[in-house]
Design a binder for this molecule. Structure first.
Ligand SMILES: Nc1ncnc2c1ncn2[C@@H]1O[C@H](COP(=O)(O)OP(=O)(O)O)[C@@H](O)[C@H]1O
Ligand SMILES: [Mg+2]
Length: 233
C-alpha cells in the first residue's frame, strides 16, 4: 500500500433523478479520477454548478455515487465508501474524514465552546483538555471570549463560520473536506484559516477544498483540480 495515498477516486459518476420531471436524470459528475495524498491541499476549481459541492458530498458519503469508486484509507486499510455500511461511514467520519461546510449547524442551548470541543470528546479526550483546546482555537480565530459560553444561534455569519471551522479542525483528521468554509470571513481571519490548514498539512492531513476567492486559493492550494458543468444550465 502506498502509505501516502489517502483517497482514491476512480471513474466516479453521479446523476440525480429528477422525480418531478418525468424521472429525467441530471448528470453532474462523470469519469472523475482523483488521488489525494497526505500533506497536499487540492482545490476544486470551476464555475458554479460544476459539481464541486456534489463531489465533496459523495466523498463524505452524503450521496451514493451512481458509478465508480471512492476508496478511503481508514485504519490502515482501504474502505470503499461507495458500498460502505452506515456504521462504517460513521466510524470513518469520526476518525478519518472531516467535513466543514459554510454553515454551522446550531444546536439550541449548547455554548460555542462545547460545540467546538465535541469532536475531541467523541474520540475520547478529557473534557478539560478538549475545552482548553477549543478555547485556543476560538482565540486564534478571533472569536471574542465573551461569546464562548453562549449558543451561537445569535452570532453573526462570520462568527458562526469561525465556530464551525474551529469545530471542523479541532480533531486531527487524515482527510479534510472543505466547502467554502471561509466565504463570510474578512482577510485577517482568512489568513488565520490558511495558517491552520498549513498546520494540518504539516501534521499529515490531506485537504480537498473549495475556495471561492482567489487569494485564499493561491494561499492554500498545492494543486488545482478543474471541473466543468456537464450539462448546460
Ligand atoms: N440533491 C440534488 N438533487 C438534484 N440536483 C442537484 C442536487 N445537488 C446538486 N444538484 C445539481 O448539481 C449541479 C452541481 O451542483 P453543485 O455540486 O452544488 O455545484 P458547485 O458546488 O460546483 O456550484 C447543479 O446543477 C445542482 O443544481
Ligand atoms: Mg458548491
Amino acid at each position: 500500500m502506498n502509505t501516502n495515498l489517502m483517497l482514491d477516486l476512480h471513474d466516479l459518476g453521479k446523476s440525480f433523478e429528477l422525480h418531478h420531471q418525468h424521472d429525467a436524470h441530471l448528470h453532474v459528475l462523470d469519469g472523475i479520477r482523483l488521488q489525494l495524498h497526505a500533506g497536499e491541499c487540492v482545490v476544486l476549481s470551476g464555475p458554479s454548478g460544476a459539481g464541486k459541492s456534489t463531489l465533496l458530498r459523495v466523498i463524505y458519503a452524503n450521496y451514493r455515487p451512481s458509478r465508480g469508486s471512492v476508496r478511503l484509507r481508514h485504519d490502515g486499510r482501504w474502505l470503499e465508501l461507495a458500498s460502505a455500511t452506515p456504521h462504517e461511514v460513521l466510524d470513518a467520519r469520526r476518525r478519518t474524514l472531516g467535513y466543514v461546510s459554510q454553515f454551522l449547524r446550531v444546536i439550541p442551548r449548547v455554548p460555542a465552546l462545547d460545540i467546538v470541543a465535541e469532536p475531541l470528546l467523541q474520540i475520547g479526550a478529557e473534557p478539560a483538555q478538549a475545552r482548553q483546546r477549543a478555547g485556543e482555537l476560538l482565540h486564534r480565530l478571533n472569536v471574542p471570549e465573551r461569546l464562548w459560553q453562549l449558543p451561537p444561534g445569535t452570532f453573526s455569519g462570520g462568527e458562526q463560520q469561525r465556530v464551525n471551522i474551529a469545530r471542523g479542525l479541532i480533531a486531527p483528521r487524515p482527510v479534510l473536506l472543505l466547502d467554502e468554509p471561509t466565504a463570510s470571513l474578512d482577510a485577517a481571519n482568512r489568513a488565520v484559516v490558511a495558517q491552520l490548514l498549513a498546520e494540518a498539512r504539516v501534521a499529515g492531513s490531506a485537504v480537498l477544498g473549495i475556495f471561492h476567492d482567489e487569494d485564499m486559493r493561491d494561499r492554500v492550494a498545492t494543486r488545482l483540480f478543474p471541473m466543468q458543468p456537464l450539462e448546460p444550465a
